[in-house]
Write a protein that binds this ligand. Structure first.
Ligand code: HEC
Length: 123
């Protein structure tokens, strides 16, 4: 029973090296929540764009959000937020988008990244 539950929780993140846990990822997401709304229909646009449906979504495609030129350059190169690209971005946002306006240093811990990405997949 517990093994089955663990399998279900970890299944979405098989693309990462570390196996993500969406329940733990929800906790990690507290680091992002001040800037990112996750409601399907966001009623506010805090500092960052809403993240509902972010996995597989086009990079920089929330209409009305003023993305940096750096992120739009990344969008031209990569187009979509794959699991692998999210993993690279969240490790060090400024490395992929040097002048990004996301003032967040990144998550250096592989497990925390896998967990938060597993949580993003549930949105
Ligand atoms: C201090 C505010 C802030 C924090 C904290 C923050 N972000 Fe962001 N985030 C932003 C801003 C601003 C942008 C737009 C960046 C740009 O245009 O360069 C952004 C962009 C993004 C994007 C790209 C969205 C798109 O529409 O293409 C993702 C994915 C993302 N953030 C995920 C996260 C995650 C996950 C966390 C927590 C681990 C986090 N962010 C923490 C402000 C923040």
């Amino acid at each position: 029973m517990i093994a089955a539950l663990l399998l279900v929780l970890s299944a979405p993140s098989r693309a990462q090296t570390a196996v993500g846990d969406a329940v733990r990822g929800k906790q990690v997401f507290q680091l992002c929540a001040a800037c990112h709304d996750i409601a399907p229909v966001p009623d506010t646009m805090p500092q960052g764009p809403p993240l509902a449906g972010i996995v597989g979504r086009g990079i920089g495609t929330v209409s009305g959000f003023d993305y940096s030129a750096s992120l739009m350059e990344l969008a031209r190169q990569e187009r979509l937020w794959s699991l692998a690209l999210l993993d690279r971005y969240l490790a060090a946002p400024w490395r992929l988008a040097p002048r990004t306006t996301m003032s967040f240093p990144g998550l250096s811990n592989d497990q925390e990244r896998a967990d938060v990405i597993a949580f993003l997949e549930t949105l």
